[in-house]
Design a protein around this ligand. Structure first.
Ligand code: 3PG
Ligand code: CO
Length: 553
């Protein structure tokens, strides 16, 4: 039985409006021309850094600090927002899948048994992101699963690939497809009929999120399930090379692999098994719904095969989606959001569509909906659809800032929490100039919110979930930008392993509050206890320690 009552903070008062601003993809890195945050005019964030040294610091946002397998794993928004909201570090999907594969437990679980009953007569389809980015999926996990499934009776396997170029370098898709083709050839040598069946770029095919654009999922469905796509090839390496002439990895159009009679080699049919091998939820939920739901009206599925479907993980615990899965997801309980609401903290959360679930669902430990609708309001501002964000780098930053401002000035809320996506979403396009504009817009949004906090005598906390816009090039070990064999700068579209800033301030901040210096390795998970303090509470014992202390003057 959880005791939800939080202890009062011995010094800090209750009732101050706290604005909690998460800049998405905003890390700290050396100031050079590829650091878009440095290049952009960001007077508000600069002033926070320069203003009061005891109210600005860096915290870790990658690797073990956010529950990822190794210190080489860059942070991402899912694990970042989980840590920010939960106040503790949970082993995340990437790590849980690694453990399950290493111990073999993955094959003993209910999910694998369920799908393996199709191996005798049906085909095993594996759908997911093909890269070693480690954000949504990992190639080595796919490789182990292919091997493990064929050793356990899968006789016919079809892989439906989604090319990346977002968590890894653009252009790297070719190498990943070659590696996969090699593995599949080896399986064929061992008597397993294993092939790539379809493909497409992750941002154009299948991996939409938060129901932003169902057409993306439909394009994938047509290729993967129906075996229909505008582009037909007999070989996946050739497909990717050819399609890259007009698009980058993220946006490759859908294609299917066909045999000599132009017939798709791997549509999904009755009696087949399907596994979506991404461990991360946000960009698999929509496909999972299309595969699993009887009643489904988001697009015309044309043909709905009777399959056995399992996710690598269960993507949504509330919806039990999908019903079957190979590895149990982290159980993130007792989040700061739930504690605060149960202690009467009236909470407002807002972002635009592409990051709305981050500041609500991920923040709340992968839980959708309100804890108490009487005390909470979550506002989603519709994102622009059908463009890449370098075309509209300001995105909805201003609107988010204004919504937060209105929420603060209304005095109806104790916590006003936003995610400002620009640095991340535009950073992922690899367009440096646009990312500079994006960072400027994000900074302006911060100013709107901080100004409102000044007006109501509140407190602000500004931080970020992981790095992205602060470094837009791939570098060697000594930090020099790398060039490809044609002499072109290697643009970094992915996140980084850099730390992120956290700043506190505002007229409501009690005198003497400052960052402690005895939490040098503080990370995102330390923010929750900090915020609880600013609301006048002490965090539960098992939370990562607060970053602040109150000194008597
Ligand atoms: C994406 O899904 O857009 C990227 O792979 C990761 O970005 P996010 O972790 O910032 O959402
Ligand atoms: Co991102």
């Amino acid at each position: 039985q959880v005791s939800w009552k939080l202890e009062d903070h011995p010094i800090l008062p209750k009732g101050k409006t706290v604005a909690l601003i998460v800049l998405d993809g905003w890390g700290e890195y050396k100031p050079d021309e590829y650091n878009c945050i440095h290049v952009a005019p960001t007077p508000t964030m600069d002033s926070l850094k320069q203003g009061a040294p005891e109210k600005w610091r860096l915290i870790k946002a990658h690797g073990n600090a956010v529950g990822l397998p190794t210190e080489d794993d860059m942070g991402n928004s899912e694990v970042g927002h989980n840590a920010l909201g939960a106040g503790r570090i949970f082993a995340q999907g990437a790590k849980l899948v690694d453990l399950a594969l290493a111990s073999g437990k993955i094959y003993e679980g209910e999910g694998f048994k369920y799908i393996s009953e199709c191996f005798e007569k049906g085909t095993l389809h594996l759908i997911g992101l093909l890269s070693d980015g480690g954000v949504h999926s990992r190639l080595d996990q796919l490789q182990l699963l292919l091997k493990g499934a064929s050793e356990r009776g899968a006789k016919r396997i079809r892989v439906h690939i989604l090319t990346d170029g977002r968590d890894v370098l653009d252009g790297s898709s070719v190498g990943f497809v070659e590696t996969l083709e090699n593995d599949l050839a080896k399986l064929r040598d061992g008597g397993v009929d294993a092939r790539i069946a379809s493909g497409g770029g992750r941002m154009y095919v299948t991996m939409d999120r938060y129901e932003n654009d169902w057409d993306v999922v439909k394009r994938g469905w047509d290729a993967q399930v129906l075996g229909e796509a505008p582009h037909k090839f007999t070989n996946a390496v050739e497909a990717v090379k050819k399609l890259r002439e007009n698009a980058n990895d993220q946006y490759l159009p859908p294609f299917v692999i066909v045999d000599e009679n132009e017939k798709a080699v791997g549509p999904i049919v009755d009696g087949d098994a399907v596994v979506t091998f991404n461990f991360r939820a946000d960009r698999m939920v929509m496909l999972a719904k299309a595969l699993e739901y009887q009643d489904f009206d988001k697009f015309d599925r044309v043909r709905v095969p009777k399959i056995r479907y399992a996710g690598m993980l269960q993507y949504d615990g509330e919806l039990k989606l999908p019903n079957h899965y190979l590895v149990s997801p982290p159980e993130i309980d007792r989040t700061s959001g739930e504690y605060l609401v149960r202690n009467g903290v009236r909470t407002f959360a807002c972002s635009e569509t592409v990051k709305f679930g981050h500041v609500t669902f991920f923040w709340n430990g992968n839980r959708s909906g309100y804890f108490n609708p009487e005390l909470e309001e979550y506002v989603e501002i519709p994102s622009d659809v059908g463009i890449t964000f370098n075309v509209q780098p300001k995105m909805k930053a201003l609107e988010i800032g204004e919504k937060a401002r209105d929420a603060i000035l209304s005095r109806k809320f104790d916590q006003v929490r936003v995610n400002i996506p620009n640095g991340d979403m535009v950073g992922h396009t690899g367009d440096i100039q646009a990312t500079v504009v994006a960072c400027k817009a994000a900074d302006e949004a911060v100013k709107i919110i901080i100004d409102a906090i000044e007006q109501v005598g509140g407190i602000y906390v500004v931080t970020a979930d992981h790095g992205n816009a602060e470094d837009m090039v791939k570098r060697n070990k000594s930090g020099q930008p790398l060039f490809d064999k044609n002499g072109n700068l290697q643009i970094l579209t992915s996140h980084t392993c850099q730390p992120v800033p956290i700043a506190i301030g505002g007229p409501g901040l009690a005198p003497g509050v400052r960052f402690r210096n005895d939490v040098p390795n503080g990370g995102l998970a330390n923010v929750a206890a900090t915020v609880m303090n600013l609301h006048g509470y002490v965090a539960p014992n098992d939370y990562e320690p607060t970053l602040i202390e109150v000194v008597k003057n």
